[in-house]
Unconditional design. Structure first.
Lengths: 267, 149
């Protein structure tokens, strides 16, 4: 009888000693996922528009909401134009207004927020919205661009305010490195990238490139400035721009959102 | 006792037979083959223009953060490579040029990859496996106890 009890106790002890190892391992399998917003060097360092205006930004306020990263299998294809269906998701639950021009010329992308208990894996898709800010420097607008444009000795201080709202669904970051791979105890990041050369064009890119063909340039903005200043919103631009230029601006604004160099589906 | 030794002797004899070298023939023929999967991608801009000279980075599924192969597209935007079929799974190919880029995800030997994927057990499978292990230990213990009783 004692032997029987001994064998049974030994068996139970052995099994019990195995099970907790697996459970504890499962509990700690998390890492940190950071969400960055990046206006790229165009915003941080300035650039020359397709029509020769040298543009420098003091502030670029953009308001972001419903920011979610996904692990998708198969990988999300933004060209398919559908919503993201992720197996694992990590979200930021607030509305964030960030200044993409914050920091110096070599500043890092702006840290919007982070989730410290993100499940491990590759976050290969991201979605977010650009919404009108309810308070702060960009209140009432989703995007505010403040800076100076110069050409041929002429200088214009601009404050361009956009109240359009957009939603973006994007696949994996396309750039110098792969992003979004959360490992145990590690830090990974995903990025919301904004291409402002799509609005103003880029003198360093061939003029027949699709980028410059679709861009508005700064000339139309300069033409509606007065006394070296331009403080305007979309309503003002609609009344002052030519119909063609205004339509070009409306068409190009949704293409601001990217993941590195990768395009997004805008809805 | 004799039966036991007969069994052991037979087993050793069988091993010796299996270990003897097989006869070979001088003019025998032998054909070996390998199966390669060559992948060709064609990269182009939205307007249909080929991404001639674009940078290509290929990532293998076993190390998705380290480039497995780099290269450039030819004048027609084409790039060809042969993945290592011993690494089944999703092969990711990134193409970039002048601020434009895209990534394509190509399954290679996905069936094998699914079978070999580590840590892919469902909750039900884990519970079932745990129950089998517990029952195995308990059953074995009870079996020996019954014999001794």
């Amino acid at each position: 009888m004692r032997k029987r009890v001994f064998f049974l106790a030994a068996a139970v002890l052995f099994v019990v000693s195995i099970i907790p190892v697996g459970c504890v391992g499962g509990d700690v399998e998390v890492g940190t996922l950071q969400f960055h917003a990046n206006g790229e060097d165009f915003v941080r360092q300035g650039f020359v528009s397709k029509d020769g205006w040298s543009i420098d930004f003091d502030h670029v306020y953009i308001t972001l909401a419903d920011i979610t990263a996904y692990q998708t299998e198969p990988p999300y294809d933004p060209h398919a134009g559908v919503n993201i269906n992720g197996k694992v998701t990590v979200s930021l639950d607030k509305v964030y207004t960030v200044d993409l021009a914050e920091g110096g010329e070599d500043a890092d992308p702006i840290l919007v927020g982070e989730v410290k208990n993100a499940a491990l894996g590759h976050y290969n898709a991201i979605s977010w919205k650009i919404v009108k800010a309810s308070s702060g420097p960009g209140a009432g607008y989703s995007l505010v661009m403040i800076g100076t444009a110069e050409k041929d000795g002429k200088s214009i201080d601009f404050n361009i305010k956009v109240d359009e709202e957009y939603g973006y669904s994007c696949g994996e970051f396309v750039g110098d490195e792969r992003k979004g791979m959360v490992q145990e105890g590690g830090i990974a990041d995903v990025e919301m990238t904004f291409h402002f050369d799509h609005i103003f064009g880029d003198a360093d890119t061939p003029m027949d490139d699709e980028l410059n063909v679709g861009a508005v340039g700064f000339g139309p903005f300069a033409s509606v400035a007065g006394g070296g200043k331009l403080d305007v919103d979309m309503v003002g631009l609609q009344s002052k721009f030519s119909a063609k230029d205004y339509q070009a601006l409306v068409d190009i604004l949704p293409t601001l959102g990217h993941v590195g160099e990768g395009h997004c589906h805008c809805h | 006792m004799n039966m036991k030794w007969n069994f052991v002797a037979s087993f050793i004899f069988l091993l010796l037979i299996l270990a003897l070298p097989m006869k070979t023939y001088a003019h025998g023929a032998r054909i070996e083959y390998t199966v390669d999967v060559t992948i060709e991608i064609v990269a182009m801009y939205d307007n249909g223009e080929p991404m001639a000279g674009a940078q290509v980075v290929v990532y293998a599924p076993d190390d998705p953060s380290t480039p497995w192969l780099t290269g450039v597209c030819d004048d027609d935007g084409c790039f060809t490579f042969t993945p290592d079929i011993s690494k089944p799974g999703i092969w990711d190919v990134q193409v970039r040029q002048a601020g434009h880029g895209d990534m394509v995800h190509i399954p290679v030997g996905e069936d094998t990859a699914t079978t070999a994927a580590p840590g892919g057990y469902t909750v039900f499978q884990i519970i079932l496996m745990s129950a089998c292990v517990i029952w195995g230990f308990a059953g074995t213990t009870l079996y020996f106890l019954r014999r001794r009783a």
